[in-house]
Write a protein that binds this ligand. Structure first.
Ligand code: AMP
Length: 233
């Protein structure tokens, strides 16, 4: 089993699903298991906002209102990240692609990179009211990125990270008002991307309404299954 895990090359894995399904939480589990990087376009954009880069300044208002950042800006950011050497055995794309234009860009890029394993995608499904509860209760550690939820997974000491004691922060867009806009963007712009990968036989939907460890086991099994099915591609 250990040898099998060592030999497993995850390749590019997309984690998809509406805001609050737990993509970030799952990505953090999987990067430890597979020793590949998490590439979260939301995190990369928030880092740009925090350091006031040109991209961050262009993105901030859109992010605060739950709208998507233009495809070419996000694609360029992803291109730069994928060029880094730590992506060679695979990576987890969290929150990307979010539009069909992004998916087409990524598909083309991967088809040109002939040594890459085929992309596989897992979509995590969680019911609407549960998503709202998760989003409005979410707290994140700005130091280590750990994710908590005041209702479902509270920190041991209120408002402080269990791992490093940093005061936890709430994302500006994790409010009920912005949530509706983010869900709208998901349904209109991102749900077609889920269908795109489903039609290509590259996607499995996983039930995300369980403890994070249970969902991780489901996601992992889905990726192994998809890798097996897509081996000859
Ligand atoms: P997330 O952390 O994935 O929920 O993303 C937070 C916000 O960043 C989104 O509501 C968008 O405004 C922006 N964003 C993140 N990823 C993308 C993407 N792939 N395309 C466009 N906008 C994105």
């Amino acid at each position: 089993m250990v040898a099998e895990q060592k030999a497993f090359l995850p390749g590019p894995v997309l984690l998809m699903g509406a805001p609050g399904v737990g993509k970030g939480t799952q990505a953090k589990e999987l990067i430890l298991r597979w020793r590949i990087p998490q590439i979260s376009t939301g995190d990369l954009l928030r880092a740009n906002v925090a350091s006031r880069t040109e991209l961050g300044l262009a993105a901030k208002q859109l992010m605060d209102s739950g709208k998507l950042v233009p495809d070419d800006l996000v694609n360029q950011m992803v291109e730069a990240r994928l060029a880094m050497p730590d992506t060679v055995s695979g990576y987890i794309l969290d929150g990307y692609p979010r539009t069909l234009a992004q998916a087409e860009w990524l598909d083309l890029r991967l088809s040109l990179a002939n040594d890459a394993a085929p992309l596989v995608a897992v979509s995590i499904a969680v019911e609407y009211t549960q998503l709202l509860r998760r989003i409005t209760g979410r707290l994140t550690c700005p130091t280590c990125g750990s994710i908590y939820n005041i209702h479902l997974q509270p920190p041991l000491r209120a408002g402080l990270c269990d791992l490093d004691g940093t005061p936890l922060q709430r994302r500006d867009d994790d409010s009920e008002a912005v949530f509706a806009g983010r869900m709208h963007a998901y349904e209109v712009q991102t749900a077609p991307v889920v269908r795109h990968y489903q039609e290509l036989g590259r996607l499995v939907v996983v039930d995300g309404e369980a403890e994070p460890e249970v969902v991780s086991a489901r996601v992992e099994a889905a990726v192994h299954g998809l890798r097996e099915e897509n081996r000859e591609h």
